[in-house]
Design a protein around this ligand. Structure first.
Ligand code: CA
Length: 251
């Protein structure tokens, strides 16, 4: 039986709803925050400066950015402004982390489009609570529903823990293969070209060859197909692209 919680979804880029981009130059703080987010089921991508942060925000499409203001190189407020000005990243909620508790920073941060701020030193528990509150405001209450998952026949996908099992056996997927699989199960039997898949799974600001899609499809098939030389789940539609055939999950 299909068990997918969001029906009639608009065709939008796959949101790894629980992926957080953490921008912080101090490794100890990064480690502390990452640890506390991961035990709450979030996936964390780290950036140690503003330049890396801007690149990762566009390619990783995080659900939220935690942004330290005092950064080497591009200052945090400039990162904030740039994220807000680019179409690909303007919707991503930003939580400012700052040691400078002055009102000026707070006002500036919020005027620059940040969604909330936490001043250092902070309790990790409070930070995680703020992250959840911002995510809830941005994406609605479904986000924190425990263990949102898809289950049909041989396949089970846990969107919170990123665990995929086939016939009860874990299939260790890379993040991109996970996002591909998640994308296909959301749009069963629908044919997508390589270019569409790139736009919808990788994001429009990423310049990669359409052939990259084939590479990741091949990897995904190796993980989920009974015989990846004769795929039944992820079908090639000659001259067009690929489609997902959920009926084969019952086999
Ligand atoms: Ca800093």
């Amino acid at each position: 039986m299909d068990n997918i919680s969001s029906h009639t979804k608009p065709l939008i880029a796959v949101e790894a709803k629980r992926k957080i981009l953490l921008v912080e130059d101090e490794p100890d703080i990064r480690e502390l925050v990452r640890y506390n987010l991961e035990i709450e089921g979030f996936a964390v991508v780290e950036a140690s400066d503003g330049e890396i942060a801007l690149r990762l925000a566009a390619t990783e499409r995080p659900a939220l950015v935690i942004l330290d203001l005092m950064l080497p190189g591009v200052p945090g407020l400039d990162v904030c402004r740039t994220l807000r000005s680019k179409e690909a990243t303007m919707q991503i909620p930003i939580l400012i982390l700052t040691a400078r508790a002055s009102e000026v920073d707070k006002v500036l941060g919020l005027e620059m489009g940040a969604d909330d701020y936490v001043t250092k030193p902070f309790s990790p528990r409070e930070l995680v609570a703020r992250v959840k509150a911002v995510l809830r405001r941005a994406y609605g209450p479904t986000l924190n529903r425990p263990h949102e998952h898809y289950e049909k026949g041989r396949l089970r996908i846990d969107y919170d823990t990123y665990e995929v099992t086939l016939d009860g056996q874990p299939a260790a997927l890379g993040l991109r293969e996970f996002e591909l699989l998640k994308f296909f199960v959301e749009y069963p039997n629908r044919v997508f070209s390589r270019t569409q898949i790139l736009d919808l799974v990788w994001g429009q600001d990423v310049y990669v060859e359409p052939r990259t899609v084939d590479v990741h499809i091949r990897r995904l098939r190796q993980r989920i197909e009974k015989d990846d030389a004769n795929p039944t789940l992820l079908l090639t539609v000659r001259g067009v692209g690929y489609k997902f055939n959920p009926d084969a999950l019952a086999e």
